[in-house]
Design a protein. Structure first.
Length: 252
């Protein structure tokens, strides 16, 4: 299962990424890296079929299945040449993020979670643009209502605003201190919110991870990027949100 916003793909890459790949090395004898492929601003495949959700009369919540959400995920054909799809890795129960500060406990909880709080259905898909990235993860969590999506977005924003730094521990290595900063979010979906984790000390110093969460009706769309800048996050968010809005129609 892919983690909510902080994907298992991105974490796996972060824990095995070399310092050279992160810009921390100086191997002048190495061949220059192959430029990472970009991400298209809009999907290039056949227009997807819309999925209309239903409402549970007993609870008033919108009902969506994993199959419904999966139809809205980007396919490899939506991305440019040079990307490959990553196999989903089973959740091993690890919790790589930690903090001694009570101010950061909510953010650490979200980053270590395997799905969004209150999610009724969760799906994800991960891609990589080569050994040096970018690594991009897309995920959907169905929360059942627009209000619940807005509430989670606010809680996540508050968690980021309250927490200046957290720790990331890699197996067999020491902890890396990750600085937490809010970013100007790409304007896709409803009330988008974005942030960055940057390694400022420790074995993964220089490692950069950017992420976005935004609403698509009653569903949370999450996009996370490792080894890619804000331009990559912008393009990935546009492609993902464009397809999601075409597929995940409001409940009838």
């Amino acid at each position: 299962m892919t983690r909510f916003v902080s994907s298992s793909l991105a974490l796996a890459a972060a824990l095995t990424f070399t310092l050279t790949a992160c810009g921390g090395g100086d191997d002048k004898g190495s061949a220059p890296p192959t430029p990472a492929p970009s991400v298209p601003s809009t999907p290039t495949s056949t227009p997807p079929e819309a999925v209309h959700a239903t409402t549970d009369p007993a609870t008033g919540l919108v009902v969506r299945t994993e199959a419904d959400l999966t139809k809205a995920l980007l396919e490899l054909s939506d991305l440019p040449a040079g990307f490959s799809r990553e196999d989903e890795e089973p959740d091993d129960g690890s919790k790589p993020f930690s903090t001694p500060s009570s101010r950061c406990k909510t953010l650490v909880k979200y980053l270590n979670a395997t799905e969004a709080p209150g999610s009724k259905a969760t799906v994800s898909r991960s891609f990589s643009g080569g050994q040096e990235g970018p690594y991009i993860d897309f995920g959907f969590d169905a929360l059942g209502s627009v209000e619940k999506v807005a509430s989670l977005r606010e809680k996540y924003a508050d968690a980021v605003a309250s927490c200046p730094k957290i720790s990331l521990r890699a197996e067999g290595e020491g902890s890396t201190t990750m600085q937490v900063d809010e970013l100007t979010a790409p304007k896709y979906g409803t009330e988008p919110f974005a942030f960055r984790l940057m390694g400022v000390s420790g074995p993964k110093r220089g490692l950069e991870f950017t992420a976005l969460i935004t609403g698509v009706n009653d569903v949370v769309l999450s996009v996370s990027v490792l080894a890619g800048d804000e331009t990559v996050l912008e393009a990935a968010a546009e492609a993902a949100a464009t397809k999601a809005q075409a597929v995940l129609k409001p409940a009838t």
